[in-house]
Design a protein around this ligand. Structure first.
Ligand code: PLP
Length: 407
């Protein structure tokens, strides 16, 4: 008899985006002529930058000819891309990361999910709340938690994000082995200062713990002084793994490419306290279970690092940031407290009431879809997330409608 992995049965069945889709469908069936604007999505709306398209076309021509054909590539990524990443994302910014510490993949979601199989079954995991659900659900699937009781899993440590700490939890007094951090944050749009990240690194070093740092939204940082990488902090190479993605940086949500940095100094420990390097572990994991991201995609990703690619991706992100600013200014004017939206595509709005009630109000009265904060964890109750990934026309129309309903 085939036995099921019963950990899957612990996972909350009502997935946030399924419930949103259900409510939107019910509304459109009753109001077929309503023009719904979706400010809930985390997917990009602008096409790929021209430099990427050009590079990918050229790569297609490469694989079309016997002399320049590429089959299986290195599982860790092609040297040309790893070198380009090391130079433009790190070394040019004065950050010490080498090409052979970079592992190219088909996106940050897979890497965030897969990385936890490197660690012992009984490691204590801490996650922020509100949280990007992947960090939680992958650990539930792996059997590192108990049951879900009242919206939280037994055995997981939840780090409270709230208005008082600006949704940047501190490690003060924390006893954990692995902690997930994400800045700029999804869903809250909060960013961490260098001093705040340094506090986490100092904590991790003292506890021999590990930080899993998700920097999927790094490219949205515009405020000088906000760290783009955890490795800007002293000592982070000893205690942090960083995830990056081309999804929001360059519109690769459908094309799929990302990478993970595992520094040579990074150690974890056996039950009897022996230190083990993690970079060979991740190499082994990837070479065994992953067959690389496509050559065509990696040539496209390489073009993101060219001077044209950098200028073009910056212009696209500036466009989304302007969308965010238009919405943030309007909501502040209406008297709402808003976090994010300056170094992030997400606005986190305190709705002064229940998340789902506010979601329903905006859907029914303004025909605008948002994301209820409660769907990202208990700490998200009382907030909604609004995304800047949209056309200018939709953003302006939505802002006008919201002002009418809430004004
Ligand atoms: N990490 C965070 C915080 C995200 O919000 C997302 C996507 O929404 C991802 C990772 C996934 O990125 P990718 O498309 O590279 O899998």
């Amino acid at each position: 008899m085939v036995r099921v992995n019963e950990n899957y049965l612990k996972i909350q069945s009502s997935y946030l985006f399924t419930e949103i889709a259900h409510r939107v469908k019910a509304f459109s069936e009753k109001n077929p002529s309503a023009k719904i604007i979706r400010l809930g999505i985390g997917d990009v709306t602008e096409p790929l930058p021209p430099a990427v398209i050009e590079a990918m076309h050229k790569a297609v021509d490469d694989v079309a000819k016997r002399e320049t054909f590429y089959g299986y590539g290195p599982e860790q990524g092609y040297g040309f891309l790893r070198e380009a990443i090391a130079k433009t994302d790190f070394q040019d910014r004065g950050i010490n990361v080498a090409a052979d510490e970079i592992f190219v993949s088909d996106g940050a979601k897979c890497d965030c999910g897969n990385i936890q199989e490197l660690f012992g079954q009984d490691v204590k995991i801490a996650v922020p709340d509100p949280v990007y659900p992947v960090y939680v659900d992958t650990n539930v699937m792996a059997g590192r938690t108990g049951a879900n009781v009242d919206g939280r899993y037994d055995g997981l440590i939840y780090l409270e994000g709230n208005a008082a700490n600006g949704f940047v939890p501190s490690p003060n007094g924390l006893k954990a082995d692995v902690v997930y951090l994400c800045f700029p944050n999804n869903p809250t749009g909060a960013t961490a200062t260098k001093a705040q990240l340094q506090e986490w690194v100092d904590w991790a070093k003292a506890e021999k713990a590990l930080i899993l740092f998700d920097a999927a939204y790094e490219a949205f940082i515009r405020t000088p002084g906000i760290p783009h990488s955890i490795y800007e902090c002293e000592g982070a190479r000893d205690c942090a793994i960083e995830f990056r993605s081309y999804s929001k940086t360059a519109g690769f949500t459908g094309v799929r490419c990302g990478y993970t940095v595992v520094p040579k100094e990074l150690l974890a420990y056996t039950a009897d306290g022996k230190a083990v390097e993690m970079r060979p572990f991740w190499t082994r994991r990837q070479t065994t279970k992953f067959n690389g991201c496509s050559y065509i995609t990696q040539r496209g990703a390489e073009a993101v690092h060219s001077p044209e690619g950098q200028a073009q991706t910056k212009a696209i992100i500036d466009f989304y940031l302007e969308n965010a600013k238009i919405m943030k200014d309007a909501l502040l004017k209406l008297g709402y407290d808003v976090i994010g939206g300056t170094d992030s595509p997400y606005l986190w709005v305190n709705v002064k009431g229940d998340s789902w009630d506010f979601f329903d109000k905006l859907l029914n009265e303004a025909n605008v879809v948002t994301t209820p904060g409660a769907g990202f964890g208990k700490g998200g109750q009382g907030y909604i997330r609004i995304s800047a990934f949209n056309s200018r026309e939709n953003v302006e129309e939505a802002v006008g409608r919201i002002a009418k309903v809430l004004g």
